[in-house]
Design a binder for this molecule. Structure first.
Ligand code: SF4
Ligand code: SF4
Length: 370
């Protein structure tokens, strides 16, 4: 049996779970889990580094369904800690939080730039291979956020990686920074099944500007923009599953309606996506996916992703009043500091998977909203 067999084309990404009163809304997550499984999907993707996510999915899934009725993926973020012991401990912590004695798909989280090295210097690949021999890991792979030049040495050095998770979406397909097409093609050259992350680019492709939406609506009035983004990824050869970070039941229903019984796109549909992508590329968007890795290292608690969301709103829709409202809501009203307080230490840029020049963009945002 290949590792891709029996895995649904839509995967439930657990990074953006619904929240209520500042906490993950586990009751709604249960509803989503039920709907997802009933619809024939079975892949759940969390990480040690997603606050509260592993515990929430234990309650909503692991404690409520037979362990062999779904696949569980989680990840080790060695670059977030200072010692080999702490990095190794993340694995046991994940097992505990998830309430399981094995992980179906275990990933070295977010390789690329400075984040690759801790896994090498602490010999973690071999540590996880041991866990695999013990039956605690079924399949070992890694997620990657960097350029194709950095990917090839990792693929060469680690043939034990059984699969790879990549940021792929139609907007980043030809982007120089994200290089979706290049990293996808290289991974396939090495025969790795691909798991897609960020198919809707942190939500941006679910609500693109009117001109982009029109390209899609002219072709299929009843299909959502998000569904086009998901189908673009699912259509690619060798894609095991497309992770969607669904945040409520409605989003999940929409995603499911387009991914159940998925059939490959027609040449005309592929042309439509290409056209939409060309229109979208005319907007100057900051490629922030709101992953908030930067927030965890910023000593001043600057509302970086909130600021960038507001800047992007402004670039896409040009409504200053609305965008300023967004800025105040996402930054000030969430207890974060504004861009003007940034001390330009650069810590955020070291961890940003999108290689955003955060300090420059924050500086520009001050002018946009002044
Ligand atoms: S450069 Fe600014 S935003 Fe980035 S970590 Fe330092 S203070 Fe925070
Ligand atoms: S700026 Fe980078 S690290 Fe911060 S949220 Fe955006 S993509 Fe993530």
């Amino acid at each position: 049996m290949t590792i891709t067999e029996n895995i649904g084309k839509l995967g439930f990404g657990l990074m953006r779970l619904p929240r209520k009163d500042g906490k993950i809304d586990v009751e709604q997550v249960k509803e989503m889990v039920d709907l997802f499984l009933e619809s024939g999907f079975n892949y759940f993707d969390t990480a040690w580094a997603y606050p509260g996510s592993e515990e929430a999915i234990r309650e909503a899934l692991v404690e409520r369904y037979p362990r062999d009725s779904y696949y569980l993926a989680t990840k080790d973020a060695a670059w977030r800690v200072g010692t080999k012991e702490e990095a190794e401990k993340q694995f046991e912590t994940s097992l505990e939080r998830l309430g399981t004695d094995y992980i179906d798909f275990y990933l070295l989280h977010n390789l690329g730039n400075d984040r690759t090295e801790p896994f090498e210097k602490w010999d973690l690949w071999n540590y996880f291979l041991e866990k695999k021999k013990e039956g605690k890991i079924r399949h070992l792979g890694f997620s990657f956020h960097s350029t194709v030049d950095e990917l090839e040495p990792i693929l060469r050095a680690h043939p034990e990686a059984e699969f790879i998770q990549l940021q792929i979406n139609y907007a980043d397909w030809e982007s120089n920074a994200i290089q979706s097409r290049k990293v996808y093609e290289l991974s396939r050259k090495y025969g790795k099944p691909v798991i897609v992350m960020e198919p809707v680019k942190g939500g941006l492709l679910a609500k693109p500007p009117e001109k982009v939406e029109k390209v899609f609506k002219d072709k299929e009035p009843d299909s959502s923009c998000a569904s086009w983004a998901l189908r673009f990824c699912a259509d690619l050869e060798g894609v095991m599953t497309v992770l969607s970070g669904m945040s409520d039941v409605e989003q999940m229903k929409d995603n499911i309606s387009h991914m159940r019984g998925f059939v490959n796109l027609t040449p005309q549909q592929r042309d439509t996506i290409k056209k939409a992508s060309e229109v979208l590329s005319t907007y100057p968007i900051i490629p922030c996916t709101s992953c908030d890795y930067c927030a965890k290292v910023c000593p001043l608690d600057i509302g970086i992703s909130g600021t960038f969301q507001a800047v992007n709103q402004m670039a896409l829709y040009g409504n200053k009043e609305f965008s300023t409202g967004q800025l105040n809501w996402l930054v000030g009203m969430h207890g974060k500091k504004y861009a003007k307080d940034c001390i330009k230490c650069g810590k955020c840029e070291k961890v940003c998977p999108q290689h955003i020049l955060i300090r420059d963009e924050l500086e520009k945002s001050i002018k946009i909203f002044e």
